[in-house]
Design a protein around this ligand. Structure first.
Ligand code: ADP
Length: 373
């Protein structure tokens, strides 16, 4: 039997007890909910999400949605499992890595040359290439929606427009979560319209970049995870569904909707309290922050299309799609990859972040196995 969905405060909700509460219905939380319902349908489950599904401002909806196999050996099994879990959602279009120097596994770029590529890169600057034929693109938002739907059809409850707050555990050892149900006034102000407490056997924080902060404020648990604001500007240059992804120096050009999304590498975490602000290009204010501009400038010689008119620079940050992403275990050797960790007897943290496209689904699955095993 399907679970209940609460979308607005007009639908009454009374305090309740669940076996599991998942905070955050981004790609990680939704995938976990789906897997838990599949593995242990007898467990009652509430998925609580602050925004819509998936949240327009979350990392999921703005995820590049690029899968490839160029991962460290320790992540390879997870990447393959994620590819299998993606199934038909993956559009296998290939990924071309470009290089200025000859490297192992790379061939002359002429071997992958197409007229389309001629419009994007300068082969004099990037004469070497490697094609990953199994790589592809997908919509993380659609996959999340499908996961959440499957969870609800499998009996999970979902509450949207609710901000969850962790309140430790009660004397019986049950986790307590305060649910602040949100509403919008006719002046478009978001207000808390109702607060209810739920108890849970276990709570999983899958709140994306907000997760570590929730754990710190609610449980006093400090974690080594950081966050960064990633911008993904649009490039208005023709692409088709079969166009390959291009990559150079950590920057991706991801074909999307007849153009490309530019995905710059994340070079450092942002300090707590950082407010994204646009930078300046030859004195003119643009919507791209300094780090994003630097990544583009570094790549303009080889990815010559970035120096053309197709790049949407915007006038302010609001003009450029961008989201906060988690940087799991930043600074830890081998860190940066999706992970789950136990915070205390009743609380877990599930983090996707920068590389969630590659291994996120399998990590969510691993936690489901742990919680239901
Ligand atoms: P991930 O890739 O880790 O799933 P997202 O940012 O896409 O990352 O997803 C995290 C989700 O958690 C977002 O949809 C966000 O709205 C939600 N979220 C963050 N904080 C809270 C909270 N306190 N209560 C409920 N949902 C939250």
């Amino acid at each position: 039997m399907s679970g209940t969905v609460w979308a607005h405060v007009g639908q009454p909700f009374e305090s309740a007890h669940y076996d599991l509460v998942i905070v955050g219905a981004g790609r990680m939380g939704a995938a976990l909910a789906r897997s838990v319902r599949e593995l242990a349908p007898q467990l009652s489950l509430l998925l609580a999400e602050e925004g819509g599904l998936p949240n327009e401002e979350g990392a999921t909806i703005l995820a590049p949605g690029v899968w490839h196999a160029d991962v460290p050996p320790s992540q390879l099994a997870r990447a393959e499992k994620t590819r299998a879990l993606l199934g038909d959602a993956l559009n296998v279009c290939g990924l071309i890595d470009l290089s200025a120097e000859a490297r192992e596994g790379f061939s002359p770029v002429s071997q992958v040359w197409t007229p389309e590529l001629a419009a994007l890169i300068d082969p004099q600057v990037l004469p070497f290439a490697r094609l990953d034929t199994r790589a592809g693109t997908y919509s993380a938002g659609s996959v999340t929606l499908a996961s959440a739907n499957a969870a609800i059809h499998g009996g999970a409850d979902l509450m949207l427009n609710v901000r969850a707050e962790l309140c430790g555990t009660d004397p019986a050892g049950r986790a307590q979560v305060q649910l602040h149900r949100l509403s919008v006034t006719n002046m478009h102000e978001v207000i808390v319209a109702q607060s209810v407490m739920v108890t849970a056997g276990r709570v999983i924080v899958a709140a994306g970049a907000g997760g570590p902060h929730l754990a710190e404020v609610g449980l006093g648990t400090v974690t080594p995870h950081r966050t960064a604001y990633r911008q993904t500007p649009r490039l208005e240059v023709g692409s088709t569904a079969g166009s390959p992804v291009l990559r150079h120096a950590g920057l991706l050009l991801r074909p999307r909707d007849g153009g490309y999304t530019v995905v710059p590498p994340i070079v450092h975490p942002d300090p707590w309290g950082y407010v994204p602000t646009g930078g300046r290009l030859v004195g003119v204010p643009v919507g791209l922050r300094r780090e994003t501009l630097d990544a583009l400038l570094d790549n303009m010689d080889g990815l010559s299309v970035l120096a053309g008119e197709g790049l949407v620079l915007g006038r302010s940050v609001a003009d450029v799609p961008g989201a906060w992403v988690a940087l799991p275990d930043w600074n830890v050797e081998g860190g940066g990859w999706p992970l789950w960790q136990r915070l205390d007897a009743a609380h877990w943290l599930l983090l996707g972040g920068e590389h969630a496209d590659l291994t996120g689904l399998s990590v969510a699955r691993e936690l489901a196995v742990e919680l239901t095993g």
